[in-house]
Ligand binder design. Structure first.
Ligand SMILES: Nc1ncnc2c1ncn2[C@@H]1O[C@H](COP(=O)(O)OP(=O)(O)OP(=O)(O)O)[C@@H](O)[C@H]1O
Ligand SMILES: O=P(O)(O)OC[C@H]1O[C@H](OP(=O)(O)OP(=O)(O)O)[C@H](O)[C@@H]1O
Ligand SMILES: [Mg+2]
Length: 283
C-alpha cells in the first residue's frame, strides 16, 4: 500500500486535503485521526506536521508527502528525497525584512542578528552569499515581532501579501531568497505505480482548476481567426452544424483569459459562446 504524508495543521492542511479529495482519494473528517486508509485506491494517509514530512519521506518510511517547498528545503535531507511536482497553492516567498528605513542592502546584515523559523534555508543562503551575521535567532513563529521585542535586528520569514510585515512596521529587504508553494515530494528515483497514478490525478486537478472548456459556433470564414484565439492544449474539436456556413468549436482555455477570449470571439462573429468548468481531466 502507498504511504502518503499529509499536513495535519497550518496553512497547508485544508488545501492539501481538498486537493486529494478532488483527485478522488478519501481524506480524514476528524482532525484527531492520525492515519486514514483508502482501500479503493490502495493508499494510506498519515497526518503529520508539515515541517516533519520531508524527514519521513527521506528516511523511506513514507513513499511521498505534501509539504511546502520552503519546509522541504529547510529540512536539509540531501538527496534522499526530491520534489515531484508543484501543487499551486500556499504560494509565498521567503525573504529578509527589516524595520522600515533601517537597511538599504542585504550586505548590511553582516554582523547583525537575524531571527527565523527556517534556519536551514537561511544557512544555505548565507553560505552562498558569504554574509556573516552576528547570530541566527531561532523562533517558532510570529517572527515579525522579534525586532520590536529586541531579540533580533532583521528577520528572514515567509511573506505572502506583506500585511503581517506592514503591521509590524517592517519592509522587505532584497530579492526573495526562495519562491515557495505546496509541493509533492517523494523518495529520490523511486516511482511505484500507485505514486505515478497519484501524480497523474494531481496534475489533472491542477489543469482542471486552471482551465475552462469553451464552446462556440462561428461562421466558417472566421474559423481560422477564432482558432488562433482558442488554440486549446493540443487541438480544438471542430464539428459541423446543420447550417453548413457555420462550425461548432470546442477548446480548453486558461480560466484567467476566459473573459478576454469570449469578448474576442464575440467580436469576430461567434455566437452561443459558453465557458464551463472542468471537474476532472487526464491530459
Ligand atoms: N500567509 C501565507 N501565505 C501562503 N503560504 C503560507 C503563508 N504562511 C505560511 N505559508 C506556507 O505554509 C507552510 C507553512 O506551514 P505551517 O504549518 O508552518 O503553516 P502555518 O500556518 O505557519 O502554521 P503554524 O501556525 O504551525 O506556524 C510553508 O510552506 C509556508 O510557505
Ligand atoms: O505576508 P502575509 O500575507 O501577511 O503572510 C505572511 C505571514 O503568514 C505566516 O504567519 P502565520 O499566520 O502562519 O504565523 P506564524 O508566523 O506564527 O507561523 C508567515 O509566517 C508570515 O508571518
Ligand atoms: Mg506559520
Amino acid at each position: 500500500m502507498l504511504r502518503i504524508a499529509v499536513p495535519n495543521k497550518g496553512s497547508l492542511s485544508d488545501a492539501a486535503r481538498e486537493t486529494l479529495v478532488e483527485a478522488g482519494y478519501r481524506q480524514r473528517r476528524d482532525s484527531k485521526e492520525l492515519v486514514l486508509v483508502d482501500p479503493d485506491n490502495g493508499v494510506e494517509f498519515f497526518y503529520l506536521r508539515p515541517r516533519d514530512i520531508a524527514i519521513y519521506v527521506a528516511k523511506g518510511t513514507l513513499d511521498a508527502g505534501l509539504t511546502g517547498r520552503d519546509l522541504f528545503l529547510d529540512a536539509q535531507v540531501g538527496d534522499a528525497a526530491e520534489e515531484l511536482m508543484g501543487l499551486g497553492f500556499a504560494r509565498s516567498t521567503f525573504r529578509f525584512a527589516t524595520p522600515t528605513g533601517a537597511f538599504r542592502a542585504v550586505e548590511e546584515l553582516a554582523g547583525k542578528r537575524i531571527a527565523t523559523s527556517y534556519d536551514g534555508l537561511l544557512a544555505d543562503y548565507l553560505q552562498s552569499s558569504e554574509i556573516q551575521p552576528d547570530r541566527i535567532v531561532h523562533l517558532d513563529g510570529a517572527v515579525e515581532s522579534s525586532v520590536t521585542l529586541g531579540v533580533a535586528d532583521a528577520i528572514a520569514d515567509v511573506v505572502e501579501t506583506g500585511s503581517t510585515l506592514k503591521a509590524a512596521g517592517m519592509e522587505i529587504l532584497g530579492d526573495p531568497i526562495l519562491r515557495s508553494e505546496a509541493v509533492l515530494i517523494g523518495q529520490k528515483g523511486k516511482h511505484p505505480a500507485a505514486l505515478d497514478k497519484l501524480i497523474q490525478r494531481l496534475q489533472g486537478v491542477l489543469v482542471a482548476r486552471e482551465y475552462v472548456m469553451v464552446d462556440y459556433d462561428v461562421p466558417k470564414e472566421h474559423m481560422e481567426a477564432a482558432l488562433k484565439v482558442t488554440p486549446g492544449i493540443e487541438s480544438p474539436t471542430i464539428s459541423s452544424l446543420a447550417d453548413e456556413n457555420w462550425v461548432a468549436v470546442r477548446s480548453m482555455a486558461k480560466k484567467k483569459d476566459m473573459n478576454r477570449i469570449m469578448d474576442e470571439l464575440y467580436e469576430m462573429g461567434a455566437k452561443a459562446i459558453l465557458a464551463s468548468a472542468i471537474h476532472a481531466i487526464r491530459i
